[in-house]
Ligand binder design. Structure first.
Ligand code: SF4
Ligand code: SF4
Length: 382
């Protein structure tokens, strides 16, 4: 397995967010900090990290200039809280491609000529209106859908990915189909991620039962629906947890960590330090350098270790999540449940592989239909 040759950067513009979602990433830090389990790695968080980007932008530009193919993804908090910075950086930075990962509420704060330059925009929605609003706040769904329709009307033609967070409240079949076949706006690109950073709340949650009874069977059903759609419509829907691994299965490739963190995808903190993953905010122990003097094409590779090292499906999974591998938010039982979702995904995609190959052989679909931008903010393995 080769290191990916293109490098992607998330730029953290601010820690601020204008929503208060029920599954905030800060939960993981709080819960991990409270654990007494000695197997849990105690991760220090740099308390001096500024809440907003606080370095000379020329440092950033000089850093990015050393990589002629650099891709920059604006990230937060909510990056559109700093639409001013996005405007400035997109006018000045020597960057090949820009992407945006947003909750979608403030998409109207950027002019169309800026929006239309993004090669990819990821917006957070969890499924139908009631589910999204229960997780993300009343009125969120409608606000985001209206903004999406507006940017499409104003000329944004490139990839728009619905990014779902999936919890015990989610019927995965219903949620994915809702976003794919939506009466308001249909997404061709969908990604979902499990809310699985339970450290001390696993025993209070119904996560294991939900995985066994709803999520895992739902994934098998969705895989079948995905291939049925290929057969009936001649279209490969861009459902990222299926799309990226299936392309590798078709090509006989194994994968490093599929989100790219620590080998192809790095994150620039608000003080200019470079972390392996956008969620590793302030985890200075794992920083790989600073934009003032690092070479973007020669950053240290941070590998996923531990239990993943001997896993039979490591080449399919890639190790799922470097952040979890380091912070160890799970005990043995929790880890088993999470890994069962990867095993189930692997089994589901492997089962339909001959059928997908037949559809390619028959010319109904083409291998190129699975081609996609790597490391675009989709973690791939939910
Ligand atoms: S399935 Fe689990 S143990 Fe195996 S590589 Fe993935 S995260 Fe690691
Ligand atoms: S899946 Fe990748 S990007 Fe997401 S938290 Fe884990 S290491 Fe970071």
């Amino acid at each position: 397995m080769m290191r990916w040759i293109l490098v992607y950067f998330h730029l953290i513009l601010t820690d601020e967010c204008n929503l208060c979602c029920s599954y905030c990433r800060a939960k993981a830090f709080e819960e991990t900090a409270g654990r007494e389990d000695p197997t849990v790695l105690q991760t220090e968080i740099d308390p001096t990290l500024p809440p907003d980007l606080d370095f000379d932008l020329n440092l950033l530009y000089n850093f990015l200039k050393k990589d002629p193919t650099s891709t920059l993804t604006f990230y937060g908090g909510e990056p559109l809280m700093r639409a001013d910075l996005i405007n400035t950086i997109m006018q000045e930075a020597p960057v090949h491609r820009f992407m945006l990962q947003t909750n979608g509420i403030l998409l109207d704060h950027l002019a169309s000529q800026i929006i239309n330059r993004f090669s990819t925009i990821l917006v957070s929605l969890d499924g139908h209106e009631a589910l999204t609003d229960a997780n993300r706040g009343a009125g969120t769904y409608r606000n985001v859908i209206e903004n999406i329709k507006r940017i499409r009307q104003n000329g944004y033609t490139r990839e728009l990915i619905a990014r779902m967070t999936v919890t015990e409240s989610t019927d995965i079949v219903d949620a994915v189909h809702w976003l794919s076949d939506n009466p308001d706006y249909s997404f061709s690109s969908i990604h979902w991620q499990l809310d699985a950073n339970f450290a001390d709340d696993f025993s209070h949650r119904q996560f294991a039962d939900w995985v066994n009874e709803s999520y895992n069977p739902g994934i098998i059903r969705l895989v079948t629906d995905w291939v049925d759609h290929m057969e009936n419509e001649g279209e490969v829907q861009r459902w990222y947890p299926f799309l990226d691994p299936m392309e590798d299965l078709l090509c006989g490739r194994q994968s490093l960590l599929r989100c790219g963190s620590g080998h192809a995808n790095y994150s620039i903190m608000t003080d200019g330090h470079i972390a392996p993953c956008p969620v590793m905010i302030g985890m200075s122990q794992y920083y790989v350098g600073h934009i003032k003097d690092a070479d973007p094409l020669d950053l240290a590779v941070i590998a996923v270790n531990g239990e993943c090292a001997d896993c039979q499906i490591r080449g399919f999974c890639g190790g799922r999540c470097l952040y979890s591998n380091i912070t160890k938010p799970w005990g043995v039982a929790e880890r088993r449940v999470v890994c069962s979702t990867v095993e189930n995904l692997h089994a589901g995609l492997t089962d339909v592989l001959p059928r997908v190959k037949d559809l390619i052989d028959e010319g109904v679909i083409h291998l190129a239909d699975f081609s996609h931008e790597k490391f675009n903010g989709c973690e791939i393995i939910p």
